[in-house]
Each structure stands twice: as C-alpha cells, then as structure tokens.
Design a binder for this molecule. Structure first.
Ligand code: TRP
Length: 345
C-alpha cells in the first residue's frame, strides 16, 4: 500500500451478552486479527443491539462490554491499529438508524430469516420487542456509519449485509451524491461450528460454547463430548464422516491437511477409534486457547489499559460516524447546521 492511499475500511461487531467463544473465533475473530494490517478495522461492541432482546436484564449487557473487549485484545486484536468501539457511546449511529429506517418496508424486515430463527430460538413468538424486530436496520446504520467497505461476519449475517446494500441503493437513488457506498461481505471458509452434540450451532445462549479462556480441563471435557456421528460405534466399525463433529472441528483447526486426509481414510475403513481423532484435536485447541487465556489473565491485572484502548477506539469511531451522518443529512437536505443556521451561534 503506497502512502496517501486510503486503507479500505472493515467493520464488524458482536453483541456483548457473554464472553466470546470458539465459534466467534473461527467465525470472524481470526480473520479480523489477520486483516488489521492491511485495513482500517472498526470492531463494534454492539450493546444497543444486545439490549434489543435483553432490555429486562440490561446488566447482562453492561457487565459484558469490557469482557468482550478483553477477549478481542487477548485474541490478538491490537488496539493501536484497530478501533474497538462501544455502540451506545456513538449516538450518531442511533440517529443514522432513524433516517435509514424510512427507506425499508416492514415486509422486508419481517422476512429476515436470521431474525425469524432468533425469534423461535429465543422463545419470543408471543412478544417480539419492536427494537429487536428492527435491529437489522440498526445494524445497517452501524455498517454504513463507519464507511465500511468490507464486513467479515458469519453466514447468518448475510441478510443484514443484503439489507445494507439495498438501503444504500435506495438512499443513493433518492438523494445521490455518494454519501453511502455499497459493501462487500466476507464469510469464513469454515462454516459455523456445530455444538458438541452436532444438533445445533455453538452458541452462548444454548450453553454449549467453549470460551476463549477455557482451562485445559474444560477443553479436554469439551473434546471428549464431541459426537462422532453415530451411536455405539466399536473401534472395528467403519467411522463416519458426515455428522462427525470431531472431524468438523479437525477441519476447522488442523492445518495439516495431508495428515488429516490420511487419518480420515484410515478412519472410514474401521479399526481407528474416535479417541484417535480426539487426541489429534486436543493439542490443537489447547495451543490455540492457551495464549489467549494467558493474555486475558494479564489484561485483567491492568483493566485500565483495556479501558483506555476502548475509549480511544470509541472516539475514533464517533468522529468517523459524525462525518458520515453529516453527509447523509446534507443529502437529505436537513443538515441545518450547514444551511439555515450556518454562522448562527
Ligand atoms: N448482529 C451481529 C451478531 O449478532 C453483531 C453486530 C452488530 C454486527 N452490529 C454489527 C456485525 C455490524 C457486523 C457489523 O453477531
């Protein structure tokens, strides 16, 4: 990258309702760490979005904001380069959301498959908070509010990115001027990690997640609980690949593709125990988690460093979002500070 050339912007985020887990790591944290040299990265701790389904227990959100920040930094996010931003401290995003919400129909919001699935999963069928229903539009404001070019997220976020581009297109066709630009999604090669029993995805709300600061003992118990795809298999029986959660995790965490392929071939022939797969996986997960756990312990001793980092990132985010909001209001003809009231007070 030559000097003077603007780095492209990446925006991504998480709801702070618990510590981050392995699913977050493979789903997006890993790529964020890898991308922070080449891009200007904003990571949003989306506390306002988290409140859309935690309004009755807001402490679930507030108590996890710094936890998530610690997870980021421990996992390799460098606050010198990456802006860690707390959503509620950037009111410009809420304002932007208000304007953008006029550009999308209720029917479109209703059809969002991720929101529909969440409503089922969270048992909200009788009472869907209006804010929850609308959170994808708020997420669009997050994405355009930082001028993102690229958004690395899990596949479940694809509807939000599609919505972003639709709203950007509507905005531009109505008001023009390039205040908002389309974005590109960036999806992980490895799909969402399954739960140990293979029946659902790894998720903090389902209580099946392996945290990024898990102890060796917890990692071991987790690996031992992974489902091999069939019940009651004897070592002599052929192993199965489809639905084998141990293999799915090996696919995600084993860089030695040839070695893994060789093991799979032996495994499907029979005579190879599930324990051999687990033995291969365990040290790989331990090697991944151990440095994160150690770094987290260190950060906990100096939370001031974490706080200062997040504060700095949030201020940078505010500045960026302020400029975008001002551009949006100008295009809509309501940037009165720049027109009617220019020079007054
Ligand atoms: N909805 C995202 C999730 O649940 C979190 C999020 C909020 C986000 N704002 C964002 C992701 C902006 C990407 C960009 O994981």
């Amino acid at each position: 990258m030559t000097s003077g050339q603007q780095k492209k912007i990446i925006l991504t985020g998480d709801r702070p309702t618990g510590q981050l887990h392995l699913g977050h790591y493979v789903g997006s944290l890993k790529s964020r760490v890898e991308l922070q040299d080449e891009y200007e990265v904003f990571i949003l701790i989306a506390d306002m979005q988290a409140l859309t389904d935690n309004a009755r227990t807001p402490e679930v959100v507030s108590s996890n904001v710094l936890e998530v920040a610690c997870d980021y930094i421990a996992a390799g996010i460098d606050p010198e380069r990456t802006h860690i931003v707390i959503q509620s401290m950037v009111p410009e995003l809420a304002e932007l959301y208000m304007y953008l919400s006029n550009l999308v129909g209720v029917g479109r919001v209703e059809r969002n498959p991720t929101v529909k699935a969440e409503i089922q999963q969270k048992g909200m069928t009788d009472h869907v908070p209006a804010g929850f229903f609308m959170y994808p539009v708020s997420q669009v404001a997050d994405i355009v509010g930082f001028g993102a070019d690229l958004v690395p997220v899990g596949d479940d976020q694809a509807p939000m990115l599609e919505l972003t581009n639709d709203i950007v297109q509507t905005f531009e066709s109505l008001y023009g001027g390039g205040a908002l630009k389309p974005i590109e999604g960036m999806y992980p090669k490895v799909g969402r990690l399954p739960a140990p029993d293979g029946k659902a995805k790894m998720s903090k709300s389902l209580g099946n997640a392996l945290h990024l600061d898990a102890s060796d003992k917890q990692i071991k118990a987790f690996v031992n609980s992974l489902y091999p795809g069939i019940d009651g298999r004897q070592i002599a029986d052929p192993g199965v690949i489809d639905g084998n959660v141990i293999l799915t995790y090996l696919d995600a965490f084993d860089d030695d593709a040839d070695g893994l392929e060789e093991l799979k071939q032996r495994y499907v022939k029979g005579g190879v125990g599930d324990s051999e797969l687990k033995k291969r996986l365990l040290p790989r997960l331990q090697a991944l988690i151990e440095p994160i756990r150690e770094k987290r312990i260190e950060l906990n001793k100096d939370l001031n460093f974490v706080k200062q980092s997040v504060h700095k990132g949030t201020m940078a985010g505010r500045e960026k979002a302020g400029r975008i909001l001002s551009g949006v209001k100008s295009r809509m003809g309501i940037n009165y500070a720049e027109t009617l009231f220019k020079g007054i007070a």
